[in-house]
Design a protein around this ligand. Structure first.
Ligand code: SR1
Ligand code: MG
Length: 430
């Protein structure tokens, strides 16, 4: 890891980046030929950072540099460069715990807030594939391995109390990124906020409902508190389908700059929410009725398998690898003890499921009424059509958040989604 003097940070545009990389022998060797022949393209389409793809005649790399502000908004919204440090730390830990499921780290410079990683090619951002109606056969197995292993092995079920507290402390400084989540997901969509936007005029009434619905305000505030005050495990913190790169047979989780010790259900709920949004948005992308039925069935099947496989893998790890200080084995000796512990494991998973369901609802609403939207909906050009998909999603989101207990299992979530798929809001029929 390279370090310079604090204050030496500068934004590396093409020429400066070329010089910088040319000074890194391992990276230069990987790219090959003369630095002057390398192609350098800025491809970042996320909300925060610069991302470059650099290619030489031998190979390619991806370079990510944090900007001192939110890219989506501009310099008026400063953001600490330290997020690059937390992203590097999280990626390093995830690489140990879920090998092959995150990009390989090649170089990190703390001062420049810059990380060089393997170039993921021909991977694409999963969200783009879902918009196109592509099914990903490896996704369930890979994402559930990633979540089960990164969440289990950083929790009190696997770590000693001392290790766990040290780990919490190592990420505690990433609070500016947590604050973004606290504001943009758990607060702004439910109040008047300048950065909010939605599909006007169709969703005006829906936005007003979000602001006036006290049951929803209680639900989202409970979720916010859970997010702020539940350091259960090292969570990715932004595990949407834009943070996942895929091919037919590979999955890589990227961009953990929002990582901190938080509630496990936030990551699981993020994956479920983004699949549900892909499902509802699908109607807006079909060129003829029912054209995407097979894709939509795959998405809902995937939602079910994501939870079921995650829960199975997490429980298997708990049964086999519980070296942490929680649930001491000495308290659960003998047949009675092990039966009781097994029942407790199931109860734990049920609570985690409830958290994931609630967080999934909050993740949906933020993409429809908050600052940062997603292309699942945004690429539906006809605003009325887009609003229909969004309104169906919002209907499910409210139920997931307010009536969480009415969703005892993942099948009840997909059943509700399927029912809403044919619901027509008044603005669409009037
Ligand atoms: C101002 S940042 C907006 C969003 O982009 C990131 O991907 C996170 O989801 C964040 O909430
Ligand atoms: Mg990101």
């Amino acid at each position: 890891m390279a370090q310079g003097k604090a204050g030496d940070y500068r934004i590396l545009h093409e020429a400066a980046l070329r010089d910088y990389l040319a000074g890194l022998p391992d990276i230069a060797a990987l790219l090959g030929a003369e630095p002057v022949s390398w192609s350098i393209t800025e491809v970042g389409d996320g909300n925060l950072n610069l991302v470059f793809i650099v290619k030489g005649d031998r190979g390619g790399i991806a370079v990510k540099q944090a900007l001192p502000y939110v890219r989506l908004v501009g310099e008026s919204w400063p953001l600490p460069l330290s997020r690059a440090h937390y992203e590097y730390l999280a990626l390093s830990r995830q690489a140990q715990l879920a090998p092959g499921l995150v990009p390989t780290l090649l170089h990190h410079n703390e001062t420049l807030a810059l990380t060089v990683m393997e170039l993921l090619e021909p991977h694409i951002i999963m969200r783009k594939g879902l918009v196109a109606g592509t099914q990903y056969p490896r996704f369930v197995d890979d994402i559930t391995t990633f979540m089960a292993r990164t969440l289990f092995f950083t929790s009190d079920l696997a770590l000693s109390a001392a290790e766990k507290k040290e780990a919490i402390a190592a990420f505690a400084g990433n609070h500016a990124l947590c604050k973004i989540t606290e504001d943009l997901i758990f607060t702004d969509p439910y109040r008047i906020a300048v950065q909010n936007r939605w599909t006007v005029p169709y969703l005006n009434q829906f936005a007003a409902s979000l602001r006036g619905d006290m049951n929803l305000h209680v639900a989202v505030s409970r979720l916010k508190l859970k997010f702020m005050a539940s350091p259960e495990a090292l969570i990715h913190g932004d595990l949407h389908t834009g943070s996942i790169m895929v091919t037919d047979d590979q999955t890589r989780v990227i961009d953990p700059e929002f990582a901190f010790y938080g509630p496990m259900g936030f990551d699981v709920g993020a994956v479920i929410a983004n699949l549900l949004m892909a499902y509802f948005a699908s109607a807006g992308h079909e060129r003829s009725p029912d054209e995407r039925r097979a894709f939509e069935a795959w998405v809902l099947g995937t939602v079910e398998q994501v939870w079921n496989e995650f829960a199975r893998k997490f429980l298997d790890l708990w049964r086999a690898d519980a070296r942490g200080d929680a649930y001491p084995a000495t308290l659960f000796a003998g047949e009675t003890g092990s039966a009781r512990l097994e029942a407790e494991r199931k109860a734990y998973m049920q609570r985690l499921f409830g958290d994931a369901v609630g967080f999934a609802g909050a993740k949906i609403n933020r993409r429809i009424f908050g600052l940062a939207h997603n292309i699942d909906f945004e690429l539906v050009e006809d605003p009325r059509k887009r609003a229909v998909s969004e309104a169906r999603s919002v209907g499910l989101a409210r139920a997931l958040m307010v009536d969480t207990a009415e969703f005892p299992d993942i099948a009840s979530v997909t059943t509700a989604a399927r029912e809403l798929r044919t619901w027509m809001p008044e603005f669409a029929t009037g």
